[in-house]
Ligand binder design. Structure first.
Ligand code: HEC
Length: 149
């Protein structure tokens, strides 16, 4: 009886691991020529917020396959750096505000991701780089507004 249950469970597990999920991955151009910002995002965010996802081995087995797939899918829907360079600067400004808020409140990167990806921790230095990025973009928006006036 136990053997039968184990046998059926392992079949089920293999079956659930073979659920076809589209695990695509594409190279991402550097984000607005900002090397330092790009490096932070690459380390901590791009797996879920771009098409440049590195799918680890446990994304191929149940149940992490479904969990990770959903994180990436939802993450890309919320924010996808693949379209970053095509966004208007005022839109980028809004997104950066959102990004800083998420990072400062330690909502992002997701806790479950940090457990495995220690390199994704955001340091005080990273935060400063992100804040400077925000300042640069704010200044650009301000300059544009001045021209339009
Ligand atoms: C493991 C996947 C994953 C990683 C890594 C990740 N995110 Fe997310 N992110 C998500 C998911 C899923 C959502 C949508 C659900 C939610 O808000 O929790 C999201 C939502 C967001 C949002 C929109 C939130 C809102 O409510 O407006 C922002 C901004 C964001 N992430 C920024 C970041 C930044 C910046 C990083 C890196 C420092 C990062 N994320 C890393 C998965 C991830």
């Amino acid at each position: 009886m136990i053997k039968k249950i184990l046998f059926i469970s392992s079949l089920l597990w293999i079956g659930l691991s073979f659920i076809p999920l589209q695990r695509d991955s594409q190279e991402l151009q550097e984000i607005i020529g900002n090397e330092n910002v790009h490096a932070i995002l690459k380390r901590a965010c791009l797996d879920c917020h771009s098409y440049q996802t590195q799918w680890p081995w446990y994304s191929y087995i149940f149940p992490t396959n479904i969990l990770i797939y959903n994180h990436v899918k939802e993450g890309r829907e919320e924010l996808n750096f693949h379209n970053w360079n095509t966004l208007e600067i005022s839109k980028q400004q809004e997104k950066i505000e959102d990004i800083l808020e998420q990072v400062e409140e330690e909502e992002m990167p997701l806790k479950s991701y940090l457990l495995i990806h220690r390199e994704a921790q955001i340091s005080e230095n990273d935060l400063n780089i992100l804040r400077n990025w925000q300042k640069e973009v704010n200044t650009k928006v301000q300059e544009l507004e001045n021209i339009q006036e």
